[in-house]
Design a protein around this ligand. Structure first.
Ligand code: ADP
Length: 260
């Protein structure tokens, strides 16, 4: 387990950021990063100034998702870290501080030091939204981050599968504990549309997110299907526009709810 000591000073880099939105998931592989980056893209398309912070110490994927693999982090004269520009979205990732092959074997202090550095030294400038791709799970480091980062709200990504939902439930409980409002759930890999007959196929079960959402009194912000082009766009480091007919453009629904 990773022991977190995250110390975001009172006069921090977040002063010029209007809203910080944490994107969380109970477990890995549910599409949290894909959702986070496309949500950031959708908020930007709606006219907001947006940044994305990849805090996923277990597998930072924002550099790949934004086509920034291999980019070197830059410091300004005042030693602040400068975020990268990915088509107008400011991006910073723990993946820029360490080669991705090593990230999973980070020892606790190394991970929390690197997170601290990202959180305290990145000069975001003025932003309407900073979208934070959280590490999956509800361990110590996630809890500490949720406590220390002045977030306006959290979005939880889950699949409809029982196991993922049980973990998502822990996520809701964690944010309740630290008084970060849960904006809603995004159900990813919600269903698969059969290429032959056009019928939805509920690969991971049906109505999982809505059942959980109803229990906790939070909305489901979007139901995003499992779709080949979502993976393909991701691998090419591309984001999806509103009028694109890819299923991930459903993320605009979620963005509208975040903006509201
Ligand atoms: P997490 O951040 O939760 O670990 P990722 O966003 O990295 O998950 O997604 C895991 C994998 O699943 C990636 O290869 C991604 O391209 C793929 N993926 C995510 N969502 C979808 C989807 N709706 N349809 C198809 N592939 C998806």
């Amino acid at each position: 387990t990773i022991v977190a000591t995250i110390n975001v000073p009172a006069t921090n880099k977040f002063k010029k950021i209007k809203h910080i939105v944490l994107i969380a998931s109970g477990k890995g592989g549910v599409g949290k990063s894909t959702t986070a980056v496309n949500l950031a893209g959708a908020l930007q398309q709606e006219g907001a100034k947006v940044g994305i912070l990849d805090a996923d110490i277990y597998g930072p994927s924002i550099p790949m998702l934004l086509g920034l693999v291999g980019a070197e982090p830059k410091s300004a004269d005042n030693k602040q870290l400068l975020p990268f520009d990915a088509n107008g979205i400011k991006a910073q990732s723990i993946g820029f501080l360490v080669p991705s092959d090593d990230a999973t074997v980070w020892r606790g202090p190394m991970a929390s030091n690197a997170l601290n550095q990202l959180l305290t030294e990145t000069d975001w400038g003025e932003l309407d939204y900073l979208v934070v791709d959280m590490p999956p799970g509800t361990g110590d480091i996630q809890l500490t981050m949720s406590q220390k980062v002045p977030a306006s709200g959290a979005v939880i990504v889950t699949t409809p599968q029982d196991l993922a939902l049980a973990d998502a439930q822990k996520g809701i409980a964690m944010f309740n504990k630290v008084n970060v409002p849960v904006v809603g759930l995004i159900e990813n890999m919600s269903h698969f549309i059969c290429g032959h007959c056009g019928e939805p196929n509920y690969v991971f079960g049906k109505d999982g997110a809505i059942t959980l959402a109803t229990r906790y009194g939070v909305p489901v912000l979007a139901n995003i299907p499992l779709a080949t082009d979502i993976r393909e766009y991701s691998e090419q480091g591309q984001l999806i526009g509103k009028d694109n007919n890819s299923a991930i453009s459903l993320i605009y629904q979620a963005a509208a709810r975040v903006l509201a």
